[in-house]
Design a protein around this ligand. Structure first.
Ligand code: PA5
Length: 435
């Protein structure tokens, strides 16, 4: 099996290889701090050895629940927000057919609780009318406003349609083992439940049932996903040399770029299915590092789509950015440019070539243009889009994020800043206790 790879050659210029390698002792020390559990936020390191510690029995149990919901439901609504939503969405989008939901592939996975849109909830509820559906409610606290609101509405609809007893067989709660409103409700109602471990924060939870259950429901091979992550867990251990250790090398390169004044990292992809991998990555790094008035701002673009919008800014805007590009080496399918007798669009020079070749040349041309325009480029290559490589990619980023946060000197595993808006909102809504 091949591995994902990392190329930092086009990031050099603004910074040198010597500068990156000079960081190796500090970066490896940060990786060791993660492993020894002696750094900030060390009560949230459950993700570190999670892939290698997931048992066959745990996978089988998640798969059995997924199979049961798959057999009963035309639609499964995954309720959750932030770390309780983005991992599953990222993997499902990356590994499903682009038009699956339009082709009656069952079950259709839809999402709720990731916004407070009244129209969204109305339209979802309307869509579910007359359909056989189930709900996975994912919330560690059980009191996060967005998912709690959505779940209340959906639960009521399911119970009204099927009766309380049947509804219970179609609701699964993924939550804290002992605490919180959702745990209390699930125990009271007798829902099937899965535990979000105490020592795994939301943005690091994709390989817990938070991600694995929805991903299995979407028909994706979670065993392969975990196996890919497990391989990367071994490959990014502090005992692996700096030059071979992708997470250490990535953390060192982005931190050196940050020190040189590149304050924004743009994650770019050339594959439309990776949009939500970028959304997941933005939360992972943004929420982990953006504190104490420090941290790289994480942004993302989908290429070539956004070359027709943000391309101008990236090429000629303020030079405070660097790009990390995720490239998929081999597409899963084969489409060639056809010959056209009239050739009015002038594309016959490409006739017989694969569409992916055109995409790859767009990628190369973009890299050259952006690097020439003063945008350092880090390139991550995935051999192909499958569960094994996506598992590798997720863990590669998680490990790099932990190392990078420690290098920056922050606690990468807390998120004190996210409470500010909630306090104001609760006060404005006259929530008891917030007067
Ligand atoms: O990463 C995080 O901690 C957050 O994004 C949370 O996952 C998110 O706010 C959802 O919280 P909860 O799972 O408690 O509903």
């Amino acid at each position: 099996m091949q591995k994902i790879s990392l190329n930092i050659e086009k990031a050099l210029g603004a910074i040198t290889k010597a500068q990156i390698y000079a960081q190796a002792p500090q970066i490896t020390a940060c990786n060791k701090t993660l492993e020894n559990g002696t750094g900030k936020g060390n009560d949230f390191l459950g993700w570190l050895h999670l892939p290698s510690s997931i048992t066959e029995a745990e996978i089988a149990d998640i798969q059995a629940t997924a199979n049961q919901l798959r057999s009963k439901c035309e639609v499964v609504v995954v309720v959750g927000i932030g770390g309780s939503y983005l991992g599953a969405k990222a993997v499902i989008d990356a590994l499903s057919g682009s038009f699956d939901s339009l082709q009656n592939k069952k079950p259709v996975v839809v999402y709720a609780g990731h916004n407070i849109g009244e129209d969204y909830l109305y339209e979802l509820s309307n869509y579910l009318k007359g359909k056989s559906f189930g709900i996975i409610n994912i919330s560690k606290s059980g009191t996060t406003t967005e998912p709690a609101l959505a779940f209340r509405i959906l639960k009521q609809q399911l119970e009204e349609t099927l009766g309380k007893d049947e509804a219970k067989t179609r609701i699964v709660a993924v939550t804290d083992k002992a605490r919180g409103a959702l745990r209390t409700l699930a125990d009271k109602e007798g829902y099937k439940t899965y535990i979000i471990p105490d020592n795994v924060g939301g943005r690091f939870s994709v390989l817990t049932p938070v991600g694995l259950l929805p991903i299995a429901i979407a028909g994706i091979d979670i065993k392969q996903l975990v196996a890919g992550a497990t391989a990367m867990e071994a490959d990014t251990a502090s005992s692996v040399s700096f030059e071979e250790n992708l997470s250490e090398l990535y953390a060192a390169t982005r931190n050196e770029l940050y020190k040189s004044g590149k304050k924004i990292e743009i994650l770019a992809n050339f594959h439309p299915k990776l949009h939500f991998v970028s959304e997941w990555w933005k939360q992972l790094f943004g929420e982990s590092e953006g504190k104490e008035h420090k941290g790289i701002f994480t942004a993302s673009v989908d290429f070539t789509t956004d070359l027709h919008s943000m391309g101008q800014w990236i090429q000629e805007g303020e030079r405070s950015i660097f790009e990390t590009v995720i490239s998929v080496a081999q597409p899963n399918y084969h489409v060639e440019v056809p010959c056209d007798e009239q050739d009015l669009d002038g594309l016959n020079f490409l006739a017989g070539q694969r569409v992916d070749h055109v995409n790859k040349m767009a990628e190369l041309g973009t890299q050259q243009a952006h690097v020439d325009g003063g945008v350092p480029n880090i390139r991550i290559e995935i051999p192909e889009l499958n569960a094994w490589y996506v598992g590798q990619l997720l863990y590669f980023f998680e490990r790099a994020c932990g190392i990078s946060g420690y290098t920056l000197g922050v606690n990468p595993f807390d998120q004190p800043g996210v409470e500010a808006y909630k306090k104001n909102m609760f006060k404005l809504l006259n929530k008891p206790g917030y007067e």
